[in-house]
Design a protein around this ligand. Structure first.
Ligand SMILES: [Zn+2]
Length: 293
């Protein structure tokens, strides 16, 4: 009786505990069904998440954590994955608003999920460094789609080109440094300069790592970071993350680039960086060991 009364009174919260473990090769998604999904819809969501599990593995081989919370809410839209945001409550994960009526293929080709999963590889750096975390997620969203075979090299290059160009055109706040603008990004609607300056930071870092006497990649640095240092439910500033990445790579390039980007008053020059990224094979078709199975 008490149970019945609780169910009646809790209304939509009746679904709050509809949790399911989806165990995959790289780890387990704790699916938190926050709306009523039919069994066919649930199956479609599991298939999509199975694919995304392989995508997460394709970054550096290991999931950022063994258990990742995936909260799913329905949203009536013409997109399959409408939007997502990182959940920092333990276990950390992502809240996705989805339209499960959309075809399965649209879930696979939605860039939003590639972006959101990219966020999980570093801790939240705080609002003033939002360019750092949005940069990492924006940089990897295209790379991960390439590895998943969702985009070709040519398409990836075109995506970066178009995005960096939007960053260039977002020039209304030249009086503010990227660091100052990050803090107030939402109020000022300065998403393009903030996101894509950040993405360029990581592209430049990845390129610099690849031209070291003993070449490394950004994937390698994130793998080492994962193994030693990735906290859960805590923040780390962009500057301290850059310092840790320097220590792990035996360089000073992350901090040097951090200073350059943090103090920039416009989208930094990207044409040469993108050209070099193409020449360095950074935008090339996936290597067999990183390709999504
Ligand atoms: Zn993001």
């Amino acid at each position: 009786m008490l149970t019945l009364a609780l169910m009646l009174f809790s209304g939509s919260q009746a679904h709050a505990n509809d949790l399911e473990n989806l165990s995959l090769e790289g780890g387990t998604f704790l699916i938190d069904w926050r709306d009523e999904f039919s069994s066919a819809e649930k199956q479609k969501m599991r298939d999509w998440l199975r694919h995304m599990g392989n995508v997460v593995t394709s970054l550096h081989g290991t999931w950022p954590r063994e258990r990742i919370r995936i909260a799913l809410k329905k949203y009536n839209s013409s997109s399959a994955v409408v939007f997502g945001r990182v959940l920092r409550q333990r276990p950390e994960g992502i809240l996705f608003y989805v339209n499960p009526a959309r075809p399965a293929q649209e879930f696979i080709s939605s860039w939003t999920s590639y972006h959101e999963f990219g966020h999980l590889f570093i801790p939240y750096p705080g609002r003033a460094d939002v360019w750092f975390s949005e940069g990492l997620a924006s940089y990897y969203q295209n790379i991960l789609q390439l590895r998943a075979g969702v985009l070709t090299s040519t398409e990836v290059r075109a995506r970066y080109e178009a995005a960096f160009d939007r960053g260039d055109k977002d020039d209304r706040h030249a009086d503010l440094t990227l660091g100052e603008l990050s803090e107030d990004m939402r109020n000022r609607g300065a998403f393009m300069r903030v996101y894509w300056s950040g993405a360029l930071y990581f592209m430049e870092a990845d390129l610099a790592l690849r031209s070291l006497p003993r070449p490394m990649t950004l994937d390698d640095v994130l793998r080492d970071y994962n193994a030693c240092c990735l906290p859960e439910g805590e923040t780390r500033s962009g500057r301290s993350l850059a310092a840790t990445f320097d220590r792990l790579s035996g360089t000073t390039l992350f901090t040097e680039l951090y200073n350059k980007y943090e103090n920039s008053h416009a989208m930094p020059a990207w044409q040469t960086v993108l050209k070099q990224a193409g020449e360095a094979g950074l935008l090339a078709a996936p290597l067999s060991e990183t390709a999504v199975k």
